[in-house]
Design a protein around this ligand. Structure first.
Ligand code: ADP
Ligand code: ZN
Length: 212
């Protein structure tokens, strides 16, 4: 299905929302275009910033559009045999099959650049991101700025009507009224998660987990 140069690999740009993952993905794609590589860019169409679409142009006038996708099968079906670089933005919204697809592409010599939010609003691995991070040759984890205290932010805070959203909600809210903030570990607030986590803590019956 795919063929390309001899050396392919997977690089993942991970991090919280607002950490600059899309900016970094665009920078890498623009440089690949400058290098004359044949690039294809995909973006989960669950994310509708930039009107659901965006276009990357390099200063030498070359430009490519992001192709909207909603599944790993669609990515596999759209990659052209001559493509040398495949970039996927918002990969957290795709299914686990994306791991098989990007592995196959890298095996076939394609450079694969994947960007995605690595944690959901509870602080758990988001969609296929944990599996992608395990497979990657290169990982860059970016941070944003915590809107509460100004420290580096690593967590996505979901708010409903301005209040921290409980852990029970769905991971992906479609058409909800919620909003998100970048926050650090200390300022991240997920009501009801702490109780559930305490039940999962390993114990030999004697150990005290103080302060948790
Ligand atoms: P991502 O793809 O990781 O969500 P983007 O590349 O779309 O991030 O956006 C990053 C930009 O978001 C930053 O350059 C900055 O201008 C803006 N921004 C908004 N809120 C924050 C924040 N809390 N911390 C850092 N950058 C922020
Ligand atoms: Zn903070």
């Amino acid at each position: 299905m795919f063929h390309g140069a001899r050396h392919g690999w997977i690089e993942v740009v991970a991090g919280v929302m607002f950490s600059g993952k899309s900016e970094e993905l665009i920078r890498r794609v623009r440089r690949a275009l400058i290098a004359g590589r044949r690039v294809q860019l995909f973006k989960s169409h669950l994310d509708d910033r930039y009107g659901g679409q965006f276009r990357i142009s390099s200063h030498d006038g070359r430009e490519i559009d992001a192709e909207p996708v909603s599944s790993s099968v669609q990515v596999a079906g759209k990659v052209r045999p001559s493509t040398q670089v495949v970039a996927v933005d918002e990969a957290q919204f795709l299914d686990d099959g994306i791991c098989v697809v990007v592995d196959a592409l890298a095996d076939a010599g394609v450079r694969v650049i994947v960007a995605g939010t690595d944690m959901d609003f509870r602080g758990e691995p988001f969609g296929p991101m944990g599996l992608l991070l395990a497979r990657a040759e290169r990982i860059d984890k970016l941070t944003a700025i915590c809107v509460v205290c100004g420290d580096p932010a690593t967590r996505n805070q979901r708010l409903i009507d301005g209040k921290p959203a409980p852990a029970e909600g769905p991971t992906i809210q479609v058409g909800g009224s919620e909003s998100y903030e970048a926050r650090c570990r200390r300022c991240h607030d997920v009501p009801q998660r702490d109780r559930a986590q305490r039940e999962l803590l390993p114990t030999d019956g004697t150990e005290e987990w103080k302060g948790i």
